[in-house]
Design a protein around this ligand. Structure first.
Ligand SMILES: [Zn+2]
Length: 390
């Protein structure tokens, strides 16, 4: 049996499903690729105005290079309580400007489609309505912070410090990345390095004076083989050069080549040593008279297993069960901001958002019937998060 406050909360969220879908449609129809600041800021406006209209205090954190962050807060009712809870999500998507016009939000037979619908505009909508539910029903014992960031898909260069600061001291963090297609949440993620690098060589005519050249392409090829050899299924490290370019013409020894590398690693791997090895390969002289350098590096922190994370998962599972659904915690190689919040010691649960899949593709979908139950499960869990071990 639920207390009347709890039943009110469950009923309030159930009663706002149509409004949630409407806000989701508005958010999906705004392009917000990570590099399109004006678009991300428009999504920030949408959610900030929505919270303001609901009487929730918000602050805007301006960012120059990437989308702004928005932070809303519903004050806590119990001063004796330490800490707060954080509802987290990112507003940026991987899709370029024009995508929303080409394939706008569409709902068909209980499934919603559109760029970023699952990853993670549905999660943002869910977090927004959880905050609203508590604000309108008289509050929560712990303060509820709801944070919207603008550059997660490119490893959060402008928002990471702010996310970590906002998570510090939290009793629970719920990152509303899409629930797995199985309905599961995520209790562990790999960290990642995204690295752009270039190789210089010496140009020469490939027929007339081949011996005067030093091929940047051959040097790059050797580096790729060495980098891919970092892959180690046992420890969970994977390395992949996903793009490459180089050379000028078929009959010229290439004096330039470039590539992009993605390396993933679990929390147990020594990140600094792995990084040092990558730098050694890229900067080392793979061929005489060639040299390599890193031009851009982005990194995600791993989200490793912790006792407080396990307790939060168990609390969430118990609430989901009372609502009538079962969830497990999954481990995934995909990286996210949950690594940042876990790194400051905040008990974190990831992929608490509505269930979806095929993210980062034009087949991306979100199951509309999961908006309300997933919101209810987070709302019930944050009322009484597990006590922190001292
Ligand atoms: Zn995401």
């Amino acid at each position: 049996m639920y207390s009347s406050a709890t039943s009110d909360l469950i009923a309030w969220l159930q009663g706002h499903e149509t409004e949630m879908i409407r806000l989701l449609e508005q958010a999906v129809n705004l392009d917000s690729g990570s590099r399109y600041k004006a678009g991300v800021d428009r999504v920030a406006d949408l959610f900030q105005e929505h919270l303001d209209a609901a009487g929730i205090r918000t602050r805007r954190h301006r960012r120059d290079a990437h989308g702004d962050c928005v932070l809303g807060e519903v004050p806590g009712l119990d001063d004796a309580q330490e800490g707060h809870v954080l509802l987290l999500g990112h507003m940026d998507t991987v899709f370029p400007e024009g995508t929303a016009r080409a394939r706008p939000f569409r709902a068909e037979g209980g499934t919603a489609y559109g760029p970023g619908v699952a990853d993670m505009k549905a999660g943002l909508v869910m977090n927004t309505f959880i905050a609203r539910a508590f604000a309108e029903l008289g509050g929560n014992r712990l303060p509820i912070r709801v944070l919207y960031t603008g550059d997660e898909e490119i490893a959060s260069p402008s928002s990471r410090e702010f996310t970590m600061d906002t998570a510090r001291g939290a009793r629970a963090v719920f990152n509303a990345e899409p629930g797995r297609p199985t309905g599961n949440v995520v209790s562990g993620r790999k960290g990642a390095f995204f690295i752009d690098f270039e190789v210089d060589g010496v140009a020469a005519h490939a027929g007339v004076n081949h011996d005067k050249g030093a091929s940047a392409i051959e040097a790059l090829a050797r580096k790729i083989i060495a980098l891919h050899a970092l892959t180690d299924r046992q420890s969970g490290v994977t390395a992949n050069v996903g793009t490459l370019r180089g050379g000028m013409s078929v009959n010229t020894v290439a004096d330039h080549a470039m590539a992009q590398l993605d390396v993933r690693f679990p929390a147990e791997v020594d990140r600094d040593r792995l990084h040092a090895r990558i730098v050694e390969i890229i900067e080392g002289e793979a061929l005489p008279c060639t040299c390599g350098r890193i031009t851009h590096l982005a990194n995600f922190l791993p989200f490793g297993a912790s006792e407080s994370g396990r307790q939060l998962l168990a609390a969430y599972q118990a609430q989901a069960r009372t609502l009538g659904f079962e969830v497990e915690g999954e481990y995934t190689g995909g990286s996210a901001d949950s690594g940042l919040t876990a790194s400051v010691g905040a008990p974190t649960l990831c992929a608490t958002g509505p269930v979806g899949g095929e993210v980062h593709t034009d087949r991306e979908y979100c199951r509309i019937d999961t908006l309300v139950p997933r919101a209810q499960a987070v709302a019930l869990t944050l009322m009484e998060p597990p006590r922190r071990a001292r």
